[in-house]
Design a protein around this ligand. Structure first.
Ligand SMILES: [Zn+2]
Length: 246
């Protein structure tokens, strides 16, 4: 047994005494990095705009097979969908959902709302419904797609330029990340009672985050040129959903 251990130690020692070939990379600012050549698995040269590792992630839609996950160069690494839930293209409005519901309706009011009956009578389905059975993005598109949190919307606004524009004659906001990645959010309006309101003027997109001060409302992103901001909406309103991959 001892002999066996000794032989093993000698094998390790002889391996470590072998001459190692070192690769030295010196950059223009005179920083120098050394690599043991034996430890290198692969050397890849790529453009800084290409996304390594995941061929399903793009800076803009690469083809007609939506939804795509778009890299906007955000600090958290969150990727945003190229189109709304139920939309077949980035300029389509898609579906309208009350918060926590996963099916569209004719009427959007307290009477028809599945998880509440009035301003002071709402069921608790979570402070954050992302990725749950109440998340229409997860239910319709599967994991890891989910409704963005209020923090994710804040990150989007803080790290992208946004421009009121139109895509195929549909008004909306174009968000462009520091890496050149781009998503277009159509001004799809919203649904109140049995009315479909303000399309072409307003965009209203649910966040997964409940208002901590008032359980009858949740965060949503609202835009109407020239402002884009986070506000609260009563849970029963029918709003758009733009999914993310965390
Ligand atoms: Zn796409």
């Amino acid at each position: 047994m001892k002999k066996h251990i000794l032989l093993t130690w000698l094998a390790v020692l002889s391996f470590s005494l072998q001459a190692q070939q070192i690769m030295i990379v010196k950059t223009k600012d005179n920083t120098q990095n050394e690599f043991n050549v034996n430890s290198i698995r692969k050397i890849t040269f790529r453009s800084s705009l290409e996304i390594p590792g995941d061929s399903t992630v793009s800076l803009s839609c690469p083809d007609e097979h939506h939804p795509h996950s778009i890299d906007l160069g955000l600090p958290s690494g969150t990727k945003w969908a190229c189109c709304n839930v139920d939309a077949l293209t980035p300029d389509e409005y898609g579906g309208y959902y009350a918060w926590g519901e996963t099916e569209e309706k004719i009427n959007y009011d307290w009477d028809s709302y599945k998880y509440g009956r009035d301003w002071d009578d709402c069921d608790y389905i979570g402070d954050d419904i992302a990725g749950t059975e109440y998340d229409v993005a997860t239910v319709k598109w599967g994991d890891p797609w989910r409704i963005p949190s209020s923090e994710m919307f804040q990150e989007l606004m803080d790290n992208c330029t946004c421009e009121w524009t139109s895509l195929n004659d549909v008004n909306g906001y174009l968000f462009t990340g520091s890496n050149g990645g781009r998503i277009f959010l159509p001004a799809a309006g919203g649904c109140l009672y049995d009315e479909f309101l303000l399309d072409g003027k307003d965009g209203n997109y649910w966040a997964s985050t409940l208002d901590p001060e008032n359980s009858s409302q949740a965060f949503f992103l609202i835009f109407r040129s020239p402002f884009v901001q986070l506000q609260y909406s009563p849970l029963f309103l029918g709003l758009s959903v733009r999914a993310v991959c965390p």
